[in-house]
Ligand binder design. Structure first.
Ligand code: HEC
Length: 119
């Protein structure tokens, strides 16, 4: 009985953050490798550069919203999340007139959820 009490106590100790991390869905980057901790420099910049910066630059279609640096992208993260999750064909979906791959959407969402690490 004493042993049981000790077991229970040792299990419930620790203060709440005992998240067992239930297998996250695999997120694949450009090369097909699984990315569990995406960073702006390693993962996000290339997605934005390849799909967004043609318009979101000072002489592009939307020069009001620049997406060329970490500071610019992280400041717009909440809006970016909304826009990239619009269905293809939605007038508000970004990239405008297109749709990111689900892998890239997952990667950006994971990056935002993780607190937008720069590197
Ligand atoms: C073909 C040009 C084009 C591309 C490519 C493009 N955008 Fe846009 N984007 C626009 C235009 C034009 C607007 C303004 C009209 C609107 O809000 O839909 C806009 C608006 C936005 C907004 C809303 C900004 C605000 O605060 O009002 C966000 C966020 C955004 N784009 C993110 C992105 C992201 C992220 C990508 C790449 C995945 C992307 N865009 C690719 C043209 C583009």
């Amino acid at each position: 009985m004493a042993l049981l009490a000790i077991t229970i106590m040792s299990c419930s100790g620790g203060g709440g953050d005992d998240s067992p991390a239930p297998e996250p869905p695999p997120t694949t980057g450009g090369g097909g490798t699984t990315v569990t901790a995406p960073t702006y420099t390693a993962n996000i910049k290339s997605i934005i550069d390849g799909n967004c910066v043609t318009c979101h630059n000072p002489s592009g279609e939307n020069p009001n919203v620049l997406l060329q640096t970490y500071a610019q992208v992280s400041a717009k993260a909440a809006d970016i999340k909304i826009r990239i999750e619009k269905p293809a064909g939605d007038p508000l979906v970004m990239p405008k007139g297109g749709k990111l791959s689900q892998a890239n959407i997952d990667l950006i969402n994971k990056w935002i959820t993780n607190g937008m690490p720069e590197k």
